[in-house]
Design a protein around this ligand. Structure first.
Ligand code: MN
Ligand code: MN
Length: 311
């Protein structure tokens, strides 16, 4: 069988990288020839998890069609979040937990989606269905992905299936998931040594909302006031990125992972800012607003923004 690449979205997080590794192992057991790769460098949190369980970061690719004819996607489906030449390769498999948008194929494919907290939760179910034993290191990286996406099972995206997967995978990986999980999440909160330009791009996704190009970035911290000391520099970097990349609105969600609260910074036209305010029923004050309890981009940010932009 011809080789296929497996990857998650651009600006990869622990789910994008961890689930690609786990899916590649599963598919190879089932007779496919696959390699897990990434569409960007691993972030600090992901590096911590990879290191903990003995993995090296997957190779970073810019394009896929120069290497393979077919690919498998995890943790995304929207083309603008995928590899730059996604239109030049055949997508044979998708495993995802996001909305489906602008995704079309010429041929039938395997597509598995479920509204759970993490793609690795679906992956855990797939291993169980196929009765493939999960090795300790693969269990560890899948566990890390679920902890990351659900903020240690505290995000409103968390389902009973995620909780069940975490308990089972922690058992195989041989770690106390609460203790390990907090260490892993904290490893991703060191913003002091990074530029504002880097921070607004670490975990950022683009969404096409009724013709508007909307960028939503998120950074995890343990000290919101410390992060907000850099507000002016963040706004400047967001403004520059918007001009360069043509974003109609750029929103930065700064999330305190310890108390599950966020502060949002927003740049864009007056029209898009008005849509933002309508979406969250909140007034921006000097481009800033508190969003108590908001931690999930996919469940608490993208749906209200989509409604506001489509109204
Ligand atoms: Mn992801
Ligand atoms: Mn995910």
């Amino acid at each position: 069988m011809a080789k296929e690449l497996i990857f998650g979205h651009q600006n990869p997080d622990t789910d994008a990288i961890g689930t690609a590794i786990a899916y590649s192992y599963l598919q190879n057991k089932l007779g496919y020839d696959t390699e897990a790769v990434a569409l960007g460098e691993a972030n600090d949190e992901t590096k911590y998890a990879l290191n903990k369980f003995g993995f090296t970061a997957p190779r970073v690719i810019k394009t896929a069609s120069n290497e393979v004819d077919a690919v498998m996607l995890v943790d995304h489906n929207e083309p603008q979040q995928s590899v730059s030449d996604i239109d030049k390769v055949k997508v044979t498999h998708v495993v995802d937990h996001h909305r489906i948008m602008n995704f079309n194929t010429a041929d039938p494919l395997y597509y598995r989606a479920a509204p759970v907290g993490c793609t690795s939760t679906i992956m855990w179910q797939m291993y169980n269905e196929k009765e493939i034993e999960i090795p300790q290191d693969i269990a560890g990286i899948m566990l890390s992905a679920i902890i990351s996406d659900t903020l240690l099972l505290k995000s409103p995206t968390t389902t009973d299936q995620d909780k069940e997967a975490v308990v089972s995978l922690a058992n195989i990986a041989g770690v106390d998931y609460k203790e390990y999980g907090l260490k892993m999440l904290k490893a991703g909160t060191n913003i002091a040594d990074k530029s504002e330009e880097d921070l607004i791009d670490l975990d950022a996704k683009s969404f096409e909302l009724n013709g508007s190009n909307v960028r939503v970035a998120q950074i995890n911290v343990v000290d919101l006031p410390e992060a907000l000391e850099r507000k002016d520099a963040f706004l400047k970097a967001m403004d520059e990125a918007s001009k360069r990349e043509g974003y109609d609105m750029f929103m930065l969600l700064i999330t305190n992972i310890l108390d599950s609260d966020s502060e949002a910074l927003v740049v864009g036209s007056d029209e898009s800012k008005a849509k933002f305010e309508k979406a969250f029923n909140a007034k921006l004050s000097d481009s800033e607003v508190k969003l108590p309890g908001v931690v999930s981009r996919k469940k608490q940010v993208v749906p209200p923004l989509t409604n506001a932009f489509e109204a």
